[in-house]
Every structure is written in C-alpha cells, then in structure tokens.
Ligand binder design. Structure first.
Ligand SMILES: [Zn+2]
Length: 293
C-alpha cells in the first residue's frame, strides 16, 4: 500500500481554554493542514482556529435536542436550532462531525438545507481501504480512520506509531491514495491519555489546571502518538478534511435528484437568522469535560 493522505482532526468537546491553547501551540510548531470541529465559541477556540493551516468545521451536539416530548414531534426543529446556533458562530464552516458520532438519516435534509459540504461521522477504525465517498443524498462522507479514545480501549495501553501507521504504507502511492483521518480530542492530548479509566477518575477536576497537569500520563499516550505522527508525516502528505471532501466531490459528480426533491417538496426547514453569540454564551455547551468525547 502506498503513502496515505493524512488528515489531523480535533473534536473540541468543550475542553478547558488552557487545553485548547496548548493544542494551538503544538499545531503552531508544525506547519500542517488540520481541521477543528468546534462545539462552542471561546477566545481559545478562536486562537486555535487562527493557527495557519486550520480549517474550521462544526461539531454539533444533537443529543441536546432531545426534549421531554416522548413523540419527538418537534425534534427536527430543535436539531435545526442546534445547527443554526453553531453556524451563527462559525458561518464559513462547511464540514460537520456530530458529537458522539450521533446520526440519523433525517439529518441529511438539514445538512443540505444549510450548505454543508461534507460529513465526517463514520469511524472505520484502522480500516486500510478507507476512502471518501458520496452517500445517496449527494453529501460527501469522509470517514474517520482512527480516534484517540477508541485506541485507548482497543489497544489497552499500546501506543507505538506502527500500530496506527504500518511500515508497509511507506512507498509510492496508488491511485487513489488511502485516506487516514486521525481524530484527537484536546483533553486527551493534554492528559496524554493512556487509560480511559484514569481519565474518567480525573474528569471531574479537569477544569482546574493544576489538577489537570497533575493527571498527565508520563509515558506513552495520546500526546506522544500525536507528536510521533506529526513528525512522521510530511506536510505535503497532509490535507484538511475539507480539501479531501472537495477533491472527491470534483472527482465523483453526484447524479441523484435528492436536492431537487428537497427544493420541490420544501422538506428543508429554512435557516433562521440568529444573533451572534457572545463568547461563553453557548446554549448547547456542556460544562468543560463533562462529556465523554
Ligand atoms: Zn464530541
């Protein structure tokens, strides 16, 4: 197998500001394209998004759309509200990955109605043949190849680079090159997580920087693996998730009629103008690190 095309992506997941700032410092050291899936607006998030090579994408928490109505009759409108509020903060974002990789097919109409270009929501853990594809609706899907928290439980403490990027992937690239979307969380990078049970024990205290620093894992973990990956992958081999999606969209034109169907039937709720939120005023935000990635 030849040299893969590599994407570094990060789901912010309401991480404390100092963790986001540390990630920004790390990515500033490496001139690599990367993609940040935002859960909320904040000063540290803006500093991370300002790092050269950073693509802004969205990480909506549709789990927050569940209400007390057992019929779920107005669920679609609440989901639209979740996405619209996030898009009001990041109007240029065109990529989406849902928190907890939540998904149902009715979200597709919502994404098409809001100009979303790609969905990076399928985890094909270490699947060597991973490639972008168009789904039946015409949306480009960019699957995730690897994720930090899944690695922790899958390998139970093993963090060598060749586990996630086998040596046979060095060499001339076949066409198309295999796709490797790596997904990290700032909290696991900061803690250099190795053991998810240790993370769970530390989680209630992670908003306290001193306690969070005390909880850092000293050996091999998520952060050492990220640094090894960054060192092993030349910038020319890396791309943002949006670049991958747009290249695939150009190479694989959509031949279906779903957008025309949506336009004819009015199946997409119109976006509602939302006032821009002040930093920290995030209706969908959970308290820092109160959610599992
Ligand atoms: Zn998440």
């Amino acid at each position: 197998m030849g040299s893969p095309r590599i994407c570094f992506s990060f789901d912010i997941d309401w991480a404390p500001e100092f963790m986001i700032d540390e990630l920004a410092a790390l990515m500033s050291e490496h001139a690599r394209p990367f993609t940040v899936f935002c859960t909320h607006d904040s000063p540290a998030t803006r500093r991370l998004l300002a790092v050269p090579g950073c693509e802004t994408a969205l990480h909506p928490n549709f789990l927050a759309a569940f209400g007390s109505d057992p019929s779920g009759a107005d669920l679609h409108q609440r989901e639209a509200d979740v996405l619209d509020r996030l898009m009001a903060s990041f109007p240029d974002a065109r990529g989406v990955r849902n928190h907890a990789l939540y998904y149902h097919s009715r979200l597709l109409a919502l994404f098409h109605g809001r100009g979303v270009e790609y969905l990076s929501n399928d985890l094909r853990f270490l699947a060597a043949d991973t490639q972008p594809y168009r789904d039946w609706s015409g949306l480009v899907r960019v699957p995730i190849y690897w994720e930090d928290d899944v690695h922790c439980v899958y390998f139970d403490g093993r963090f060598e680079l060749d586990v996630v990027l086998p040596p046979e992937s060095v060499g001339p690239a076949p066409a198309p090159a295999p796709l490797r979307v790596f997904n990290f969380h700032p909290v696991h990078v900061f803690l250099n997580t190795c053991d998810l049970s240790a993370y769970q024990r530390a989680k209630p205290h992670l908003h306290d920087r001193a306690r969070a620093e005390h909880a850092r894992h000293p050996g091999a973990g998520v952060a050492t693996l990220l640094r090894a990956l960054l060192a092993a992958t030349p910038a020319a081999q890396c791309a943002s998730v949006a670049d991958v999606a747009r290249d695939h969209a150009a190479a694989a034109p959509y031949r279906g009629r779903y957008p025309a169907y949506l336009a004819r039937t009015g199946a997409v709720a119109s976006p509602v103008e939302q006032p821009k939120q002040a930093a920290g005023d995030t209706p969908d935000a959970a308290p820092p690190t109160s959610e599992d990635p």
